[in-house]
Design a protein around this ligand. Structure first.
Ligand code: 13P
Length: 250
């Protein structure tokens, strides 16, 4: 009943020309996939070009981050209205690289989530524990804080439009995927927490993605887990053949 969602996050890779070439390939292999949603998050500067190529296709566009204001003095930021005008429908928010490298905290991430919703972009709230936190048994408390604070003020109605992505920091770009059991355990925990915060029906409808070294050879077993509704893919989304295999998961 939850429609699978596969997201390619290109991070800070591809010039506009490279983005054009890559998306031209991906657009072809995503054609006709009518039982799942596919989103691409190119670098902000290529967002409009990628959206242009994907016009009338089955693939939609997300931005890699978004400001909470429609416009204003926020040097270096991109606003939700700009994302929408460029053809975007969603925004990745709170990615661990934003949290760790750029020191975005839960409070700022919450503002971004509320801003995205205000301007009708679908927020993809990323959460995840570091290796140190996992090894000191803090995984669930860290994730609970990230969810409760990241979603503060999000109404039940808006929660139905929101996506959560679990990306254990130790699995990102390392080739070390969480096992399907580890991922399922956390996804079930997230859904239970959402049921406490909202209602069971809402928790059952929210899509929870897994991210962290998702590859063609592990996507099928991850997607077979009860509470894994999609994937947030970094490295393997930068090659058309591997991303095509991932979006065609069985
Ligand atoms: P990798 O797939 O390269 O591990 O990256 C995951 C990620 O951070 C997607 O947002």
């Amino acid at each position: 009943m939850r429609r699978p969602l596969l997201v390619g996050n290109w991070k800070m890779h591809t010039t506009i020309l490279e983005a054009y070439l890559l998306v031209s390939e991906i657009g072809k292999c995503a054609a006709g996939l009518d039982d799942r949603d596919v989103l691409l998050a190119p670098p902000q500067i290529a967002l409009h070009e990628v959206a242009r190529v994907l016009q009338n296709s089955d693939v939609s566009i997300a931005s890699q981050n978004v400001c909470w204001k429609g416009e204003g003095a926020f040097t270096g930021e991109i606003s939700p209205t700009m994302v929408k005008a460029a053809g975007g429908v969603a925004a990745i928010i709170g990615h661990s690289e934003r949290r760790q490298i750029f020191h975005e905290d839960n409070e700022m991430i919450n503002k971004r989530v509320l801003g995205a919703l205000k301007y009708d972009l679908m927020p993809i709230l990323c959460i995840g524990e570091t290796l140190e936190e996992r090894e000191s048994d803090k995984t669930f408390s860290v994730l609970e804080d990230q969810i409760r604070q990241g979603l503060a003020g999000v109404t039940a109605e808006n929660m139905e439009k929101t996506v959560v992505a679990y990306e254990p920091v130790w699995a990102i770009g390392t080739g070390k995927t969480a096992t399907k059991e580890q991922a399922q355990e956390v996804h079930a925990f997230i859904r239970k927490l959402l049921a406490e915060m909202y209602e069971k029906d809402i928790a059952e409808s929210v899509r929870i993605l897994y991210g962290g070294s998702v590859k063609p050879d592990n996507v099928d077993e991850l997607m077979a887990q009860t509470d894994i509704d999609g994937a947030l893919v970094g490295g393997a989304a930068l090659k058309a053949d591997s991303f095509c295999r991932i979006i065609n998961f069985i």
